[in-house]
Design a protein around this ligand. Sequence first.
Ligand code: 5AD
Ligand code: FES
Length: 348
Amino acid sequence: MAEMRALIDRLESQQMLSKEEFITLITGISIEDTEYLREKARKTAKRCFGNRIYTRGLIEFTNYCRNDCYYCGIRRSNTGACRYRLTKEAILDCCKTGYELGFRTFVLQGGEDAKYSDDIVVDIITGIKEKYPDCALTLSIGEKSYESYLKFYKAGADRYLLRHETANKDHYSKLHPPALSADNRKRCLYDLKKIGYQAGAGFMVGSPYQTVDYLAEDLLFLKELSPHMIGIGPFIPHHQTPFADRTPGTMEQTLLLLGILRLMFPKVLLPATTALGTIHPLGREKGILSGANVLMPNLSPTMVRKKYELYDNKICTGDEAAECRSCLGRKMQKIGYELAVDRGDYKP
Ligand code: 5AD
Ligand code: FES
């Protein structure tokens, strides 16, 4: 349809559309026009990053969480989850393995676990940065005060991932218990940016109660926040959560949104997520071909991997880190890309 193509062309040239236009695009786009959009997104990523895919080694260091998000497998109320914590030494071991494999960014991700006090987190950050001064360190440990974020930054953390999950307050309250709010989530993201972190936001595609209207609001919110990284992936139900019987998000809609995000933010760091690889065996490859430029394979010890189960059937839980890296390297080579050995910082 000529009008749809005109809309896509304008998204590319202006890097923005109105809310109504985003809704038109997301609801009305045909398969052919989606391909047209994805090709533009892919070319944009190629122009900015060449055929190099940045990698981040993900270390899932605790699955204890004080929160109770309705979608998440490690929520507090899931008494079926087998809980674990990694010591500083175990975390440093993961970094060692990762460094040898070519990772130059480590992501410390965990539930909101009070056992890791600010002092302990600072000690872990300091330990990693002393041993690996040439590596970037990303935290993904949830909502904290400005003061805590500042302490971690001063200790050497470079980046912070905190998906906003949904920009709409009503939707937010349908995915989370009353103790959590969209406002505080957004406050955290603005604090992180203000402090100087490279900050990452993002949302699930196809989460329960999500509407196209809400998706358009997510895009508008992201434009306003202007994060350095954006993580999106399909919602996948976890059998021990209140959303066990909900319909998962689709690969098609995730690929479309990845393409839209790439056209809105040519230089943003955009991962093809594990969740996307979980709903389809070629999900991550297709994500890269829709404009994604980052992969975040798992560096957690194989012993604990299955326990960090945010959703059902998560891939790569049985593999060693080395297997994952070489497997991804092959996957990328097949579609004409290669894994970079590089911190992969945001470049304005
Ligand atoms: N399906 C897909 N993604 C999920 N996340 C949490 N639970 C699920 C699920 N069931 C995502 C959230 C969170 C990130 C770490 O993982 O968006 O921010
Ligand atoms: Fe983990 Fe292929 S990416 S085994």
